[in-house]
Design a binder for this molecule. Structure first.
Ligand code: F6R
Length: 266
């Protein structure tokens, strides 16, 4: 396994800095594979919270390679994705359901009724009920062994966007329907062919169920993430930078960074 160039302890988290993005992703995939093997060995199943976006694509490629080599099986794995645009059809190439099928679900032996993504087609008036049900599914499955996260340039985790809510309220946010932040819309514009075409709302797993995971692995790659990473790890815990809320889960959070994303950490 590619060793980290540096290992730090910051804000109650273990921070591993790798020379490049490929090493960070390889290490992350091997960590996830280890969690799957350990949980299946101990309890007969593994429950993962998964992310989409550009960052995890090489992670999924490596997990698929391990599966193809006969070194890893998803037969006893359940997954719960962090978010989905709303409304969106699952067959829309920009839906996170389609993304997950392309990058992981369609390439490994996971059962269709264990690979869960929030449903972008539920009626508006039932979106909150569907979100609450998703939290109940996770709890009924025994909770998450590992939550994989990326981080937005604005510090979002999932689509928990920056807010000025009181800290206690922000820490307890459940899975729900949200409006996307302007920075998130700007970053999604390349996928949708322009800002005006980005679906402006999303269903997101909340801060509370993320923080309830038994372990949390957050990846940040590239200089564009450096400011958010520095604030999340060296600044105060604040709802205006949702990734800083991970400070409330000391001992359960691992950050994997490339050198560019870590450049503000000294
Ligand atoms: C994706 C998600 C988002 C992304 C974040 C970073 O499911 O929840 O929080 O992790 O926007 O996206 P990338 O990896 O594209 O930079």
């Amino acid at each position: 396994m590619s060793a980290p160039a540096r290992a730090l302890e910051l804000a109650g988290a273990s921070v591993l800095v790798f020379e490049d993005a490929a090493s960070a992703c390889r290490h992350a995939a091997d960590r996830i594979a280890g969690v799957i093997r350990d949980a299946v060995g101990l309890r007969g199943k593994a429950v993962l919270g998964l992310a989409t976006g550009g960052t995890p694509i090489p992670i999924y490629d490596r997990l698929v390679a391990l599966y193809q080599a006969g070194e890893l099986s998803f037969a006893d794995v359940s997954t719960y994705n962090l978010d989905e645009y709303y409304p969106i059809h699952p067959s829309d190439p920009n839906s996170y359901r389609a993304y997950m099928h392309r990058h992981l679900f369609g390439r490994v032996d996971i059962a269709p009724n264990r690979a869960h993504v929030l449903d972008g087609t539920v009626p508006d008036s039932f979106a909150d009920a569907h979100a609450a049900e998703f939290d109940r599914w996770i709890a009924a499955d025994g909770g998450l062994d590992l939550q994989l996260l990326g981080i937005g340039r604005n510090g979002h985790i999932g689509f928990n966007e920056p807010t000025n809510l009181p800290l206690e309220t922000a820490l307890n946010l459940p899975t729900r329907l949200v409006d996307l932040h302007p920075v998130t819309v700007a970053d999604a514009a390349k996928d949708f062919g322009g800002e005006s075409r980005v679906v402006p709302r999303a269903l997101t797993v909340g801060v509370a169920p993320i923080l309830a995971a038994r372990s949390i692995l957050i990846l940040a790659l590239g200089a564009g993430k450096a400011e958010a990473v520095t604030r999340a790890l060296t600044g105060p815990m604040t709802p205006s930078l949702p990734a800083s809320l991970l400070q409330s889960a000391p001992g359960r959070v691992t950050w994997m960074l490339d050198a560019a994303a870590a450049r503000g950490l000294g």
